[in-house]
Design a protein around this ligand. Structure first.
Ligand code: PLP
Length: 451
């Protein structure tokens, strides 16, 4: 029997439980079964096409079915699909580690693999804690985290995050953290620059460090953009000040670049804009160009050396995942990084970003838009009930969902976060496609804010 959308939806709902979904919504909002992808376009089983304006949850960089990545994967598949990484190694894993050490900020010399962003966060937290423990600093057991941050949804990652929607329910299961007011520049005063606000907001971080450093292993944050926290942004100066303060107070800095790494913010890594090196960097999402689940935590030789000793000392980092360093994932990552090295991706992205600015200019004057903000290849439009009092729409009204549904009907995949419409497209999008995305968002915005 020929498959069409309807037949697949029925079969799906019989057996599948989808991520980040109230499944009852699908009584009204139909699932979309995707048959194939090509570049920025997805096609369903009824032949409808959708422009992937959010890079399939921020993972895709160079389009679906990218010929270069496909070719690399086919070769790897015929050579080695996977092998245990405990006691064994393989070419793709070691080449990728060499490459990551080379392209990440200086001082990140050792690469530890896992298979998703949350696991990378767990690893960085455990490594930081364990480092201090191996040094005899057993009083260091806490982490400092920012308001509105997001680091994934396994219990450790959830604990250091701060988005209530995901976290609150599981509160009783989570470790205690020290949460500091963040630099989110949406809340700056009228006329205040991002830089001034970010500096001003650092005072709270400095105070928390001064007060708690003794018991703190690390500060963890998302450099420049708090993506899941409604694409809220801040100035690189905050990272610079944080690096200095972490040195001063002997606390690690964990940069969660799971979402912002690989060119999203305009530089290959967001930390580069502050000219800093974190003690740990967590990478995933774009790492494989959106092909396969893989993540990596990079850290310095100083951290590595604190674990390096005779087995009997029991200082080793015994963390593992079955698919650690999967050969196909590593090969996809190498092909993805290869594309950055053979093309002027960042330069081209600057042109695309300028095009996004241009087509969203008119949103700024809209009576229900509080702000249009952009960092690199992430542009966000904040819908608001009252532009002057800054009263937000209540979340219960689900206005973002209206935009989502309207955009789908027009062949564009946008997936607003609450009241924030955002564009985070693959880097192979062109200017006409950017214009289409913005036109559809505009109509969606009109529709969602008309009552
Ligand atoms: C998506 C995300 C994670 C979690 O990654 P998963 O692969 O979904 O577990 C962690 N941190 C940030 C900043 C993210 O955006």
């Amino acid at each position: 029997m020929q498959s069409n959308n309807q037949s697949l939806i029925q079969r799906d709902l019989d057996v599948l439980w989808h991520p980040c979904s109230q499944m009852k919504d699908h009584e009204q909002v139909p699932l979309i079964p995707i048959k194939s992808g090509q570049g920025v376009w997805l096609e369903d089983f009824d032949g409808n096409r959708y422009l992937d304006g959010i890079s399939s949850w921020w993972v895709n960089l160079f389009g679906h079915a990218n010929p270069v990545i496909n070719q690399a994967l086919k070769q790897q598949l015929d050579t080695l699909e996977h092998v245990i990484l405990g006691g064994f190694t393989h070419q793709a894993a070691l080449e990728l580690a060499e490459k990551l050490v080379e392209i990440t900020p200086s001082g990140l010399d050792k690469c530890f693999y896992a298979d998703n962003g949350s696991s990378a966060i767990e690893i960085a937290l455990k490594m930081s804690f364990h480092y201090w423990r191996n040094l005899g600093q057993t009083q260091k057991t806490k982490f400092i985290t920012l308001e509105n941050s997001y680091h994934g949804e396994t219990l450790g990652a959830l604990a250091v995050g701060n988005v209530a929607l995901y976290k609150e329910t599981y509160g009783p299961l989570l470790m205690d953290v020290i949460t500091v007011p963040g630099p989110d520049c949406y809340y700056r005063e009228n006329g205040e620059t991002w830089e001034d606000y970010s500096v001003r907001r650092f005072v709270d971080m400095e105070r928390a460090l001064a007060q708690h450093a003794e018991s703190v292993c690390a500060v963890i944050l998302e450099p420049l953009v708090q993506c899941a926290g409604n694409m809220r942004m801040y100035h690189p100066i905050y990272l610079k000040l944080l690096r200095e303060a972490c040195n001063k107070y002997h606390v690690h800095l964990i940069a969660d670049e799971v979402a912002v790494g690989f060119g999203r913010t305009g530089t290959l890594f967001a930390c580069e804009q502050a000219n800093i090196s974190p003690d740990f960097i967590c990478l995933s999402k774009g790492l494989t160009g959106g092909y396969l689940p893989l993540s990596a935590v990079l850290t310095g030789n100083n951290v590595y050396q604190a674990f390096y000793d005779d087995y009997q000392k029991l200082t080793a980092f015994l963390h593992s995942h079955s698919y650690t360093g999967n050969a196909l994932g590593c090969r996809a990552a190498l092909a993805t990084i290869g594309l950055f090295q053979t093309q002027d991706v960042l330069g081209n992205n600057r042109r695309l970003a300028a095009a996004m600015d241009k087509v969203t200019e008119r949103f700024k004057e809209h009576p229900h838009v509080a702000e249009v903000r952009r960092t690199g290849m992430i542009l966000a439009i904040e819908m608001i009930k009252n532009k002057h009092t800054r009263e937000p729409y209540s979340w219960q009204q689900r206005r973002g969902l209206r935009v989502y549904q309207y955009a789908l009907s027009q062949g564009v995949l946008l997936r607003p976060l609450g009241n924030v419409i955002y564009f985070m497209p693959p880097y192979v999008i062109n200017e006409q496609e950017i214009a289409l995305m913005a036109d559809v968002a505009w109509q969606g915005l009109q529709l969602a804010t008309q009552d």
